[in-house]
Design a protein around this ligand. Structure first.
Ligand code: PMP
Length: 412
């Protein structure tokens, strides 16, 4: 049975405040999650005791900083079950990780007529980089469609994976619909036709156990800030053979072995991809986050979110005028729910909820082609995390009903 996560809520100091005179309900976790005290303390401790640049110094502080920095690489490797720490590159986040694969790896391999396969529900950061690569190489960007309930259409994917498909890049969880894509099955299909598979794990790593070797993906990208770490730190996992084939996009200090006047040699993977002084604080905060999430348990987090979603969706659907998007089968979704209230603009709904202390997101969620496919310009999005509760669900529903009444009558 999954663990009760109630006691962990107290670890998040930001949640103890009032917003607009109401206890804060933070339902915008797909954008970024709140930080547990242990992560905040780890960052302070680093600056109070260990701050130094990594890799270069022989003094005690530099050694301490380097030791924590490289220990985190191993923690990340273990957390996502990669073979070794040298398959883990630190980046600014998912966006940078995906750009690095697109420009440093795929761009050198693609030729006119080749195809890049993504889905229509990709976040812009797993879409715009591929448009750029397609424009530069003459490759074609092909989209897998969705089922009517907002899941990736496997049959469509099967049909679109042909001898021309060289790259398949898919999100494991949609940041709009919450749908979970069976990446392992799709990877098997893609490898069968000889394509390279890239997975956008921005929404999955924070919310479920990840095993990159079991998924067998060739690259895997995610962001620390969506898990509990600082902003500006992310990861690109890549299989060794492919990382050795990838070209760095940035050159300078830290990534070189020897520099002569006219040429240089570079360090090995992964360091040749980490030019300049890295985000040391971010990396160390990621290490503390992973230790924290391991203590809570990724299986428990996933189960907790499914309990919350299973509670919330029927209550939402019971409100006249609410349209909920995404899979009806709870097993196929994570803690993200998009909806609209007929005749109300999502921004008005979000503003009215904020007046009642509830943080949700309204807009296109960096997924404009998906919005077009759904026939809407924007949605309201609730996204849940380990510290959210059934009581918050209840208060949210009451606030949403009050919001609806407000726009009818003019008072909350
Ligand atoms: N992919 C998905 C599915 C996301 O939800 C996000 C963040 N909203 C990103 C990519 C981009 O992440 P970041 O902004 O941290 O680079």
């Amino acid at each position: 049975m999954a663990k009760n996560l109630k006691k962990y809520r107290a670890d998040f100091p930001i949640l103890k405040q009032l917003v607009n005179d109401e206890p804060l309900i933070y339902f915008d976790n797909a954008a970024t999650v709140q930080k547990p005290q242990v992560v905040i303390d780890t960052i302070s401790h680093y600056y109070e005791h260990d701050n130094a640049n990594v890799h270069r110094g022989v003094h005690t502080l530099a050694e301490r900083a380097t030791e924590q920095f490289e220990a985190t690489r191993q923690l990340v490797a273990d957390f996502i079950h990669s073979k070794s720490a040298d398959e883990i590159l630190f980046t600014k986040g998912t966006t940078e990780s995906l750009n690095l694969v697109a420009q440093g790896f795929a761009q050198n391999r693609l030729k006119p007529g080749d195809e890049i396969l993504i889905s229509i529900m990709e976040h812009h950061s797993n879409l715009v980089p591929w448009q750029q690569v397609a424009q530069k190489t003459g490759a074609k960007l092909v989209y897998v469609g969705l089922t009517d309930d907002g899941r990736l259409d496997i049959n469509d994917a099967r049909q679109k994976m042909t001898g021309k498909t060289k790259i398949v890049s898919l999100t494991q969880i949609s940041n709009v619909l919450g749908s979970i894509t069976p990446i392992k099955e799709l990877t098997r299909m893609a490898h069968h036709i000889g394509a390279i598979v890239i997975c956008d794990g921005a929404q999955s790593v924070p919310n479920m156990p990840i095993d990159v070797r079991d998924l067998d993906v060739d690259f895997f990208a995610f962001s620390g800030h969506k898990m509990g770490a600082a902003t500006g730190i992310g990861v690109l996992y890549g299989k060794n053979t492919y990382l050795n084939d990838m070209q760095p996009l940035e050159f300078g200090g830290e990534m070189i072995d020897f520099v002569e006047e006219q040429r240089s040699t570079f360090k090995e993977v992964p360091w040749k991809f980490e030019a300049g002084t890295p985000n040391i604080e971010g990396v160390i905060s990621l290490g503390a986050t992973i230790n924290y999430l391991k203590e809570v348990g990724m299986v428990n987090i996933h189960a907790h979110e499914q309990v919350l979603v299973a509670d919330l969706i029927p209550m939402l659907k019971a409100i006249p005028g609410v349209v909920v998007y995404g899979p009806t089968d709870i097993e196929q979704r994570s803690g993200v729910i998009s909806f609209n209230l007929v005749n109300l603009h999502p921004h008005d709904v979000a503003t009215a909820l904020d007046m009642q202390g509830i943080a949700v997101r309204a807009g296109h969620h960096c997924a404009q082609p998906l919005m077009k496919r759904m026939g809407v310009s924007s949605t309201v999005r609730i996204s849940l995390y380990l510290y959210n509760t059934l009581e918050e669900n209840q208060k949210f529903i009451e606030a949403l009903i009050a919001t609806k009444e407000f726009f009818k009558n003019g008072t909350i």
